[in-house]
Design a protein around this ligand. Sequence first.
Ligand SMILES: CCCCCCCCCCCCCCCC(=O)SCCNC(=O)CCNC(=O)[C@H](O)C(C)(C)COP(=O)(O)OP(=O)(O)OC[C@H]1O[C@@H](n2cnc3c(N)ncnc32)[C@H](O)[C@@H]1OP(=O)(O)O
Length: 163
Amino acid sequence: MEELKVEKAIQDIYPDDIAWCYGCGRLNDDGHHLRTGWHGDKTITIYTPESKYMGIPGFIYGGLIASLIDCHGTGSAALALHRKNGHEIGDGAEPPRFVTANLNVDFLKPTPQHVPLKAIGTVEEIHPKKWKVETEVYAQDTLCARGTVVLVVMPSTFLNKND
Ligand SMILES: CCCCCCCCCCCCCCCC(=O)SCCNC(=O)CCNC(=O)[C@H](O)C(C)(C)COP(=O)(O)OP(=O)(O)OC[C@H]1O[C@@H](n2cnc3c(N)ncnc32)[C@H](O)[C@@H]1OP(=O)(O)O
């Protein structure tokens, strides 16, 4: 049986100032701590939602699935541009920063609770500052959702907006 584990995740090397995302920030104690790594030439995030993320008893609510696809998208684009720039996780280089411009989700099947969800991404470069990630979310072998995320390299002004 396939081992469901992401060994090296791009979120592990996000600088502290961008490691606070509720979905994937490692420094946000209340967040999901989603972690995204390479899976061959695709990307992968594994996550088992807690019981409270329920839509109806036994099934995950759609917003959580959208969050998974969203953060899997930003992580995947960062992985891909980091590699394109000649870097891999752990070589000391800072990864690129992306924000989500657009997120679309098709909910194909009810997503069961209490099983690990597996998001598998296919990353496509539109141009160096704009990327697209197609993600499929599986619960065991069932394809439950499919999403498309358009990511844009974070404008330099983005983090100053709260000053
Ligand atoms: C608050 C969070 C902080 C995070 C910071 C740290 C980030 C790294 C850490 C990762 C953490 C994870 C984060 C999780 C994922 C989020 O949750 S990110 C938060 C949600 N997203 C946002 O808040 C983004 C808000 N939107 C924006 O800031 C701006 O609209 C954008 C997306 C940067 C675009 O800026 P802009 O000035 O409109 O730029 P513009 O040159 O017009 O567009 C650039 C390209 O984007 C395309 N584009 C723009 N909007 C769209 C759209 N809606 N649909 C399709 N394409 C679009 C344009 O067509 C253009 O394409 P080209 O013409 O270059 O081919």
